[in-house]
Structure formats: structure tokens, C-alpha cells
Design a protein around this ligand. Structure first.
Ligand code: GAP
Length: 416
């Protein structure tokens, strides 16, 4: 990860994903889609970021999507009033202005004329693109209840105080499902979805004692929801250690009714306006949680190492191939041929394969440990005799000999 616009001194609340970061993020996204699309009544969608401003009036965001803000009268810095511990500036001790509501939507204009009729907002949540397309999906695919529409995409919020790395950014990605169901079934589905979402994190290796549920009290519910639970991760940002990773809300018929009022278009299935359960996960926050959870500093075989114990399906690189010695052409040639062969099957493995022949073998193992590569394949002198290689496991550092011919099946089985 790199700070956004770093060469110009940065831009608060923006982050750039580097080559390995992109792979980790894409792998998280793919696992989310895989998990959502297990049922054929979940439909994928990719709506535009820019939407007609009536969307945000109908959804309540123009009126309600704001945070309480105060300014320091002395140093002019701005703070979220609900995050302050005392009634003075935390930076210079100066006096504060009264509280004002600060709308967090980024505003711009579509087209060359900058007047009120051309105002558009960068979406602050992906959910509204789903509600706006509810009728399109229903009229095209005729689902019955329950069914869901899922979307992954960028969202933008002009956070007063972006901070804590990816945790609170101004530009981020969301992965959201809107699950439309019969109003009498919402409690049942709410519980199912809660459980299903927690199982997803656990199945991808998040440690049980680092993740928990927290139900919202009535006074902290968002303007659209009647019941909400957070899945919290131990980000270590406050006294309890836990902060929101994913929000799961019962949005009732709030959105579809508002759209009906604003557009006159009815949003019904079999004569009823469905209610909505929404699990909403920040992709970047998930990235941060998986990264923190995987990070270990430990001693192995009397040597200190940093290791990312990422679930193999999330690891940016799945397999690294080495010749034991870089100055032995026979070893290099053999290792090269294995690397090439694995690369051609990398689509099947859904895996990135790496090559390394620098330095000594121990250093190469440790370099792969640090970026979370679960398996290293080494070609040594025995390989030249019996066509076997060693496979070293990242977490245990144990090695096993495997026949070259069966390498693909070997990794496929482990990744399954
Ligand atoms: N559609 C519902 C919704 O947007 P939210 O609780 O405001 O609900 C959902 O956001 C998730 O999006 C959060 O749980 C968090 O993971 C992520 N998120 C929200 N604001 C964020 C920010 N400023 N930076 C990074 N992720 C954020």
C-alpha cells in the first residue's frame, strides 16, 4: 500500500494498492462473489457511480447523511464533535465553535454548466444503485421472494477526519448485498445472514477471538434501519479494541417506499413491497483485517521471521519456484521448466506463480513468508535424478518431496 498522491505530499484519506495489494484485494473480492453467488437467486449488478441527484434526495442522504462538526477558533482545524473527549481543541487547546452538520457526500457537476440543476454526487454507498435497478432486475428475470442483488464498487465520503490507514478513507470500495424478502420473514433471514457472514470470515482464517457481533442500540441506528448488527474486528483503535468491519441492517421497506414516493414507480413483487436485509462490507476494511490477522513475528528453526499467515486462497502469490543454486545451469533450467508449466496452469489454480533465484535459499523462503506465499517449490540435485521437488509449507517450514507430474493436482487439492 502506498499513500495516495505521495509524490505531492499525499491526499488525506486516499490509498493506492501496489502490485501485491491488488492481488490480495482481488482475491478477497473473488471470495466474496463466490460466497454470494452460491445461490442462483442472487443477481450481480454493476451500477454507475454517478446517479441522478433525485436518488440521494429520495434515499435521505441529502438531508441526513452528515456528521456533527466543530471548528477550532484558534488553529481552524475541524473535528468530529462525537469523537472529542473534551470541549476544547485536541491539537492546540483552543476554543471550539458550535456544532454544525456536515454533509459527507462529494459534490460535483455533470456537464459544463455549474448550477444547481447540474449537481451530482459521488455515491456514498453502492446500495442505492441496487435499489434504483430493482425493477430492471425484476422485470428481466422475474424472481420470486426471497432474492438478492449484489454489487461491489467504489464509494466516496468526505470524512471530516480520515484516519487509521484504510479504516476510514475518503475513497473506498464496498461489497453489498440487498436481500429482498417477505416482510414477515425478515427476522429469520436477518439471523441467517448474520451467521453466514461471520462464517465467511472464519472460513478465510480470521481468528475467532479477534471477531465478534455487536448489536446497535436504538440511538445509533442509521436513518434507514430498524435493527442492525455489526461484525467487529479487533483493529485495536479504541479501549475495547473492537470496531466495525461489516454492518448488517434490516432496512425494512424504507428505500423502496421512498423511491415509489419520489418516482411514482411501484416496487412490488406478488403485490407486496419487499423488505430488505443488507450485509455491507468495506473491501478495504476487510483487506486491513485480513492483513492484521495474518501478520506474525516469530522464531522458526532458531531464526526470527515475519510471516503473513494468509489463507492460501487470499495469498497474493500461491507458489514460488526456486533452483537450489542459481549458478548451476542444470538446476536453473529444470526449475524454469517447472515454473513455466505451473504458469500455464495458473488460470486453473487461480494462482500467481513467482520465480526467485537471488541470494541463498533461506533468504528466499523468508522473503516469500513475508508476503504470505503458502508454498515454495525447490529444485535440487535429487530432482535431476528422480523428478521430485521439495515443497516447503509457509506456516510449519516443513518440507515434503512431491513428483513433478502431480504438482498441479497437489496444489489444486490444497486450494480446494
Ligand atoms: N449501505 C450501508 C452502508 O453504507 P455503512 O455502515 O455506512 O453502511 C458499510 O458502511 C461498510 O462500509 C462499513 O462497515 C465499513 O466496512 C465500510 N466503510 C464505511 N465508511 C468507510 C470509510 N470511510 N472508509 C473505509 N470503509 C468504510
Amino acid at each position: 500500500m502506498f499513500p495516495g498522491s505521495e509524490i505531492y505530499g499525499g491526499l488525506a484519506g486516499t490509498w493506492d494498492y501496489g502490485p501485491l495489494g491488488v492481488r490480495l484485494k482481488e482475491n478477497i473480492k473473488r471470495e466474496w462473489w463466490r460466497h454470494m453467488m452460491r445461490e442462483d437467486y442472487i443477481y450481480p449488478l454493476d451500477a454507475a457511480i454517478l446517479m441522478n441527484s433525485k436518488t440521494w434526495e429520495a434515499s435521505g442522504h441529502v438531508e441526513h447523511f452528515s456528521d456533527p462538526m466543530v471548528d477550532c477558533k484558534k488553529c481552524k482545524k475541524r473535528f468530529r464533535e462525537d469523537e472529542l473527549k473534551a470541549k476544547k481543541c485536541p491539537e492546540c487547546g483552543g476554543g471550539l465553535t458550535g456544532v454544525r452538520q456536515f454533509n459527507m457526500m462529494f459534490k460535483t457537476h455533470a456537464g459544463p454548466v455549474e448550477d444547481s440543476s447540474s449537481v451530482v454526487y459521488l455515491r456514498p454507498e453502492t446500495a442505492q444503485g441496487i435499489f434504483a435497478n430493482f425493477k430492471n432486475v425484476v422485470d428481466s428475470f422475474h424472481p420470486s421472494l426471497p432474492f438478492g442483488i449484489a454489487q461491489v464498487g467504489k464509494a466516496f465520503r468526505n470524512e471530516i477526519t480520515p484516519r487509521n490507514f484504510l479504516f476510514r478513507a475518503r475513497e473506498f470500495e464496498q461489497m453489498e448485498l440487498e436481500y429482498f424478502c417477505h416482510p414477515e420473514k425478515t427476522d429469520e433471514y436477518f439471523d441467517d445472514i448474520r451467521k453466514m457472514r461471520m462464517d465467511w470470515f472464519l472460513s478465510l482464517g480470521i481468528r475467532k477471538d479477534n471477531i465478534r457481533f455487536r448489536n446497535h442500540a436504538k440511538d445509533e441506528l442509521a436513518h434507514y434501519s430498524s435493527v442492525a448488527t455489526d461484525i467487529e474486528y479487533r483493529f485495536g483503535l479504541n479501549e475495547s479494541g473492537f470496531s466495525e468491519l461489516e454492518g448488517i441492517a434490516n432496512r425494512g421497506d424504507f428505500d423502496l417506499q421512498n423511491y415509489f414516493k419520489a418516482s411514482g414507480i411501484e416496487f412490488k413483487i406478488d403485490g407486496i413491497v419487499p423488505h430488505v436485509i443488507e450485509p455491507s462490507l468495506g473491501l478495504d476494511r476487510a483487506f486491513l483485517a485480513f492483513l492484521m490477522d495474518a501478520y506474525c513475528e516469530e522464531e522458526i528453526k532458531e531464526q526470527k521471521r515475519v510471516v503473513l499467515k494468509l489463507h492460501p486462497r487470499l495469498a497474493p502469490i500461491k507458489v514460488a519456484v526456486f533452483p537450489l543454486l542459481a549458478n548451476k545451469p542444470q538446476l536453473v533450467e529444470k526449475a524454469r521448466s517447472i515454473y513455466k508449466a505451473l504458469q500455464t496452469t495458473s488460470y486453473q489454480l487461480q494462482a500467481k506463480i513467482a520465480w526467485d533465484d537471488r541470494g541463498n535459499i533461506g533468504k528466499r523462503y523468508f522473503a516469500q513468508d513475508e508476503i504470505g506465499t503458502p508454498w515454495c517449490v525447490t529444485v535440487d540435485f535429487q530432482t535431476l535424478e528422480d523428478d521430485t521437488v521439495t515443497i516447503r509449507d509457509r506456516d510449519t517450514a516443513k518440507q515434503e518431496r512431491v513428483i513433478i507430474k502431480s504438482l498441479v493436482e497437489y496444489f489444486l487439492e490444497l486450494l480446494a
